[in-house]
Ligand binder design. Structure first.
Ligand code: ACO
Ligand code: ACO
Length: 134
């Protein structure tokens, strides 16, 4: 979870209000996805992470497909996700799965995180908000 969100405080703030699922491979934990009901009819993926040793093998896409199916079954109309503006691989993955950018939470990471986050050689400041209608 900390790989997806380096703030333990923020994770603690959503964990007990969320649905948490794990992906397993050969009986071992391979990844996690955390889904938080936010607005009526909206579920947000607040945390998704795959074991570093198992990345780029399709597990992330499977977790996103699972989240969509889970949300549809529970009659949610919209799935949201927020990610860093410097998170190029994640942005690729989410857009590949049909998420569209709908907004920018400017300075989200400067305001809510005590420590500077460097990603892809850039200082992370802004969160991009993405949405998929179900
Ligand atoms: N630029 C563009 N595409 C890239 C890059 C890159 N630098 N690196 C990898 N990719 C592509 C891969 O080629 C693959 O695409 P393809 O299937 O079309 O070839 C895709 O990105 C990765 O797909 P998966 O293998 O399904 O994803 P993976 O199992 O690696 O999981 C995840 C993705 C969850 C983002 C994983 O990398 C991870 O745990 N990262 C650290 C935690 C994190 O950043 N989580 C998201 C934060 S946002 C949030 O939690 C709400
Ligand atoms: N993901 C992340 N970073 C990448 C990728 C990638 N897929 N591909 C290249 N990079 C990095 C390079 O490593 C380099 O960074 P670094 O110096 O930190 O290593 C950087 O991107 C490229 O920097 P330059 O070499 O200075 O830029 P370049 O001379 O390649 O020019 C440009 C960039 C103009 C975008 C060129 O690629 C191009 O002509 N592309 C086609 C036209 C285009 O897309 N233009 C912009 C459209 S928007 C507009 O015009 C308003």
């Amino acid at each position: 979870m900390l790989a997806a969100d380096p703030s333990k405080e923020l994770i603690d703030s959503y964990l007990n209000r969320s649905f948490c699922y794990q992906a397993t491979a050969q009986g071992q934990l391979a990844g996690i996805i955390i889904l938080l009901p936010t607005h009526p009819e909206t579920l947000e993926i607040v945390n998704i992470a795959v074991d570093p040793k198992l990345r780029n093998q399709g597990i992330g896409q499977q977790l996103l497909a699972f989240a969509e199916k889970n949300a549809r079954n529970k009659k949610y109309k919209c799935l949201e996700i927020g990610t860093g503006s410097t998170s190029f691989a994640q942005l690729y993955l989410y857009q590949k799965r049909g998420f569209r950018i709908v907004g920018i939470d400017q300075d989200f990471f400067s305001i809510h995180y005590n420590k500077e986050i460097i990603e892809n050689k850039l200082v992370l400041k802004d969160m991009l908000r993405l949405k998929k209608l179900l």
